[in-house]
Ligand binder design. Structure first.
Ligand code: ATP
Length: 576
């Protein structure tokens, strides 16, 4: 039984796309409404095989049994709005029984073509023997026979398309900086135009600051170090947004002026944006995607990085050899609590993950039962006061921002007492009662804010985190944000774009950030929103320790549940 609440947009899409069709049974309307719903949930298409024969109930309407797949296809073909892959119609049905909205079909087809074309062409400039010597310098041979970092660098230099995937601490950034050094040292490298991008301002700032410290460690000449770009920008900014349009200034007809582009945190990039980006690259440009294939997929449609990484493993794939997975944890060591736990979660070993949490004597990972509504405030008191006191008592805005990254509450849900809204409310109450903040106005001193939309005028981006504090000079309250170069900037709070309080945030919003300590909160009841990828992403935001509030059964159910996003990208990438 597929039970779903139809949103107004699903109803309108169904009515519009089925207009003029003979649909007494309501099957067509139901299928199109399901497609609209699926896209809203991040799927790129609807798989007819999967819904064939199912009973569907929309809200309180009479349940309806859908016919078998062949009959569904035949019925859909009667729709004047439906066409095949070569046609330009609002709905597209492909040969594998996947139903798309035209826009998404086109994104997927364009992206698959662009990646295949890029993957097929090897970079011509590489001089193999010189390269081997260079690689030995950047990646000194170790007793570890299989040096995947070195392998990933070799792939990135040889190919026009490559992917480096790995969890936190596996050396992705270290490897990127070495690749930059290698590229700039190669013949003609001094003229190479390189762009570094990330999906959010926060992620861009993090990469910029890592590069600034890592480039000094490179075994290369000073002019090469100086040539390494210090600036990291967001994908939107590089492409150039156009007011009132979903298009960008740079596109196939006006390509980006770069020879190599590195995209960090690529798991956060959705299908429409990745397509816009890849199709705006000139054909000769090298594209390197960096990310963690096991993290939550993008908020909007698609799971582009995950799909690419999975295809690369299948025999006959057009992108075989383009993907390297870094799996050795250099930051914690493979045996550390967080690394072992995240590996068990990823593998779906729910019992093993639970055992690690329960038996951990190290203090780096801990499991505690989710508090009830009644005990929530009492249980939250110590973590909140310990976690935020230093930040709220800091002497300067720069110090407060640095200390704020020591601790964060991450929630699985947005709403409800165990969601980000409820946890923020309880945290604020506790801090108010303890005298650490005075929650008497909207912008009170010490209120952390998380920006939730891009504001190009004030250069604030979705995901940026700031704190409201008095300006040390004027005494006026300002929102302070860390700039990528390590300085802070101050914005009058009334100029802030859309934002939320940020003592607690959802795991989704925390992507691209890391904190020393994390308290991750799951609700007391299981829900389809609790997935393996969510748990993995939350745990791996912590650099030193994680406390998980969850009941054992809820944790087990979440680790068992995978997020599968329907798309045809993998199949389109396998085929030549
Ligand atoms: N080959 C290596 N040998 C020894 N130490 C390494 C190696 N590669 C990386 N490290 C160290 O491991 C730590 C993590 O590396 P790095 O920051 O590059 O990882 P990352 O995958 O980018 O992590 P994150 O996603 O959290 O930013 C750093 O302290 C780095 O110096």
């Amino acid at each position: 039984m597929i039970d779903f609440i139809e949103r107004p947009i699903d109803r309108q899409a169904a009515a519009f796309l089925c207009r003029g069709a003979k649909d007494e049974s309501g099957v067509l309307r139901t299928v199109v409404s399901l497609l609209s719903q699926a896209v809203g949930q991040g799927h790129v298409c609807l798989d007819l095989e999967e819904i064939a024969g199912e009973i569907v109930r929309i809200g309180k309407e009479e349940p309806l049994r859908l016919p078998d797949a062949a009959s569904l296809v035949a019925a859909l073909r009667s729709l004047p709005t439906l066409g095949g892959p070569e046609e330009h119609r609002p709905l597209i049905l492909d040969d594998a029984g996947r139903l798309y909205l035209y826009r998404y079909f086109r994104y997927e087809a364009l992206l698959a073509d662009a990646i295949r074309a890029r993957a097929a062409s090897e970079s011509s400039e590489t001089d193999e023997s010189a390269l081997a010597g260079q690689l030995d310098r950047y990646f000194p041979p170790t007793e570890n026979a299989e040096d995947r970092q070195r392998q990933s660098a070799l792939t990135a230099l040889r190919r026009r398309f490559s992917v480096i995937s790995g969890g936190p601490g596996t050396g992705k950034t270290t490897t990127v900086v070495r690749i930059l050094g290698l590229m700039l040292e190669s013949p003609g490298g001094e003229r190479m135009r390189i762009a570094l991008v990330a999906p959010t301002g926060k992620a861009a700032a993090r990469l910029a600051s890592s590069i600034a410290s890592l480039r000094e460690t490179l075994p290369c000449a000073d002019e090469v170090k100086r040539a390494i770009p210090g600036q990291v920008t967001t994908i939107h900014r590089l492409l150039g947004t156009l007011p009132g349009s979903t298009g960008f200034r740079h596109n196939e007809r006006n390509p980006l002026p770069f020879d190599a582009v590195i995209v960090d945190e690529a798991s956060m990039v959705d299908l429409p944006l990745m397509t816009a980006f890849v199709t705006a690259l000139p054909p000769h440009a090298r594209l390197i995607l960096i990310g963690d294939r096991d993290q939550l997929a993008s908020v909007e449609a698609g799971a582009v990085l995950g799909d690419i990484c999975r295809v690369a493993e299948s025999p006959g794939s057009s992108i075989a050899g383009c993907v390297t997975v870094l799996d050795r944890n250099f930051r914690f060591g493979d045996g550390s609590g967080i690394a072992a736990l995240s590996r068990a979660v990823n593998a779906g070993s729910d019992r093993e993950a639970l055992r690690l949490l329960v038996d951990s004597g190290s203090g780096t990972i801990e499991l505690e039962a989710t508090p009830t509504r009644e005990t929530l405030k009492k249980r939250l008191k110590a973590p909140v006061l310990d976690g935020f006191r230093a930040c709220l008592e800091a002497e300067t805005p720069a110090e407060a921002l640095r200390l704020f990254d020591r601790f964060r509450i991450l929630t699985a849900l947005r709403e409800g007492p165990w969601g980000a809204t409820g946890m923020n409310h309880t945290a604020e109450t506790l801090l108010h009662e303890s005298g650490l903040v005075r929650r008497d106005t909207q912008f009170y001193r010490g209120r952390p804010v998380l920006v939730t939309e891009n504001d190009y005028i004030h250069k604030l981006f979705n995901g940026d985190t700031g704190i409201i504090l008095p300006d040390p000079e004027s005494g006026h309250l300002r929102a302070f944000f860390a700039a990528p170069d390590g300085t802070v900037r101050a914005i009058p709070p009334e100029f802030l774009p859309k934002h939320e309080t940020a003592f607690a945030m959802t795991v989704h919003k925390s992507q691209g950030s890391e904190f020393d300590r994390v308290l991750m909160v799951l609700p007391p009841e299981d829900s389809i929103l609790l997935t393996r990828e969510l748990i993995y992403t939350g745990i791996t935001r912590a650099r030193h320790s994680v406390t998980l509030w969850s009941d054992e059964a809820v944790f087990i159910a979440a680790v068992k549940r995978r997020t599968e996003r329907r798309s045809g990208l993998r199949e389109r990438l396998v085929l030549f």
